[in-house]
Design a binder for this molecule. Structure first.
Ligand SMILES: Nc1ncnc2c1ncn2[C@@H]1O[C@H](COP(=O)(O)OP(=O)(O)OP(=O)(O)O)[C@@H](O)[C@H]1O
Ligand SMILES: [Mg+2]
Length: 305
């Protein structure tokens, strides 16, 4: 079942058309990566799902209920971590979560238990310092705990990893993976390797629409760039090999970089033997021969080109 559906969303800010016809759905229990360049409309999309921004036209449904602009009842299904979360720095994490629990109507008998559980989940149990002394990564982890306090079905995180160092990013990604076991997660970013690590579904926002969406592994296969990397024994052999490769009709590109030749070709499976035969007949010794896996980077560059 779809937990989220956006239908024909348009959003203009004055004369600027940020979203022109946004359509997408997110199925339950997925981790959905919303990818787009700076200014492509990721934050705007997330704020519309939360009823914080009014679409110029179109409708959004959360758990089958239509989102209303303003204090929308659909937010009871949602936990939200904004791109720049604000906390009360003079509190400890435990005090802050308790306050958030009280404000959002978590039952008193539940608050203590849930606070303990979430502090453990995000690795902040036993940290008794005030929040103002936390690192960025710790603040993001507290933000995730706060967003999960209401046991939401949908967790929306806006660029949670973008400002973090690799260690902090890994911690947050592991945490989002764990959160994905209890909630559907929508996660916006422009760091494609983060998406590849945890998302199973992606949507690429470009030109005001989701230009590409679906399961990450299928999209990578569909966009499979047939690419090879061949490393010759010595640098002088690489240009010779490249020249021979370029003469083959199924090879579209053979570029030399040091002793490596980067090759692009059509129909690898049908043609691979011809390449091996060429290497043998021209007596070109090789150190490495590798068919390259498609990366999300290739897919993304292809879509936004
Ligand atoms: N309240 C607003 N008033 C006017 N323009 C706005 C407003 N909010 C966003 N915009 C514009 O809409 C476009 C999309 O902004 P948005 O913040 O949604 O992009 P984004 O994909 O989240 O970008 P980033 O990667 O930088 O976070 C930008 O050009 C931005 O300047
Ligand atoms: Mg943004």
């Amino acid at each position: 079942m779809d937990i989220l559906r956006a239908e024909h969303i348009r959003k203009n800010f004055g004369s600027q058309h940020v979203l022109t016809d946004l359509n997408f759905s997110v199925s339950k229990h997925s981790i959905f990566g919303l990818i787009g360049k700076n200014g492509s409309g990721k934050t705007t999309t997330m704020k519309m799902i939360l009823g914080l921004i009014k679409p110029t036209s179109g409708s959004i449904y959360v758990c089958g209920e239509k989102v209303a602009y303003g204090d929308t009842p659909t937010n009871r299904h949602i936990g939200y971590l904004p791109d720049v979360p604000e906390f009360y720095g003079y509190m400890t994490a435990r005090e802050y979560l308790k306050l958030c629990g009280e404000i959002t109507g978590v039952r008193r008998s539940e608050i203590h238990k849930r606070t303990d559980e979430l502090l453990c989940l995000v690795g902040l149990n036993g940290v008794n310092r005030k929040i103002h002394s936390y690192s960025r990564g710790m603040k993001q982890r507290l933000g995730i705990a706060q967003a999960l306090l209401n046991e939401p079905e949908l967790l929306i995180c806006d660029e949670v990893t973008s400002a973090l160092d690799p260690v902090g990013r890994k911690e947050i990604l592991d945490l989002l993976s764990a959160a994905g076991k209890r909630a559907t997660v929508i996660f916006s970013t422009h760091i494609l390797s983060d998406v590849e690590r945890i998302c199973d579904q992606i949507g690429v926002l470009n030109n005001g629409q989701l230009e590409l969406q679906g399961p990450l592994n299928e999209i990578k296969q569909d966009y499979r760039q047939e690419a090879l990397q061949i490393e010759t024994l010595t640098p002088d052999q690489a240009p010779v090999l490249a020249a021979h490769l370029k003469a083959l009709p199924f090879i579209s590109k053979a570029e030399v970089s040091g002793r490596t030749v980067n090759v692009q070709l059509n129909h690898y499976e049908e043609n691979s033997l011809d390449i091996i035969r060429l290497l043998a007949s021209e007596s070109i010794p090789i150190l490495k021969y590798e068919r390259l896996e498609p990366t999300l980077e290739n897919v993304f560059m292809d879509v936004i080109r």
